[in-house]
Design a protein around this ligand. Structure first.
Ligand SMILES: [Zn+2]
Length: 256
């Protein structure tokens, strides 16, 4: 089982960062399909700094309109009682997050949505629906993806447990004929993975649409790229999310 790699962020900081990530994903055009069925959560310290809470984006709220103040909050110490305080429209968020926390206690944030190109690739049968290393975007995510078949099943209860168990130690789950779930040790990591997987799928789907053979990048090239990213930035994902702060002008960013 993974150990938590990062301490919880402050309540104020995680609220702002989660709102920023939602707005940035909307700015990328991710999350527009089936937008009311997008699911987002992050774990943070309670407002008094002594407890742990789960922050949820309210059901059906368009990502481009999410604000730090809009988050629903569940006190994790209350367990089921905390969840019961949420209205029933948040039932899916609650079930997803409970399954995530159980299977991956190291996770701090989760996004689930149905972006166009990842959904397209998820509809292609067998190994042809697998992300290949054809470009930089693909290289940053290609080794961090698991694939899951859930066609025709509701994603509640044990189905959600199977999602996160299928994920293992990876952070991106491509769902057959469905969409994508990403998790991370921070809001930034889960956000960055969602952008990377959608961009990788867009490149692959558009390349396939040309009807010509695709030139794949070598294993060695992928190795070099991943090493370069690790050496260039202590936290590539955080740099990516921070670069989107212009989408929330006037915000004062508190300490993590
Ligand atoms: Zn879904």
């Amino acid at each position: 089982m993974n150990k938590p790699e990062k301490p919880l962020g402050s309540n104020a900081y995680v609220r702002k960062e989660l709102a920023l990530a939602c707005r940035a994903l909307a700015d990328y055009g991710i999350g527009d399909i089936d937008r009311i069925y997008n699911h987002v959560c992050a774990l943070a310290k309670s407002k008094d700094g002594r407890g742990k809470v789960m922050l949820l984006v309210p059901f059906a709220m368009p990502w481009k309109l999410v604000t730090p103040e809009a988050m629903l909050e569940v006190d994790m110490a209350l367990g089921e009682d905390g969840f019961l305080k949420l209205d029933e429209t948040s039932v899916t968020e609650v079930e997803i997050v409970k399954a995530m926390v159980k299977a991956r206690p190291d996770a701090r944030a989760m996004f689930h949505c149905h972006p166009v190109y990842a959904s397209c690739l998820g509809c292609i049968k067998d190994e042809d629906g697998v992300i290949e290393a054809v470009n930089v975007s693909c290289m940053s995510v290609v080794r961090d993806v698991e694939y899951y078949s859930n066609t025709g099943k509701k994603h509640y209860d044990s189905e959600l447990d199977r999602w996160f168990n299928a994920l293992g130690q990876k952070n991106v789950l491509m769902l057959e004929n469905h969409g994508v779930t990403t998790i991370g040790h921070s809001v930034a990591q889960a956000f960055d993975k969602m952008v990377a997987v959608e961009q990788a799928c867009e490149l692959q789907v558009k390349s396939l649409s040309c009807g010509k053979p695709i030139r794949l990048l070598s294993k060695e090239r992928v190795d070099r790229f991943i090493k370069l990213i690790k050496e260039s930035y202590s936290d590539h994902a955080q740099v990516h999310l921070d670069s989107c702060r212009h989408l929330m002008p006037g915000i004062q960013w508190p300490q993590k």
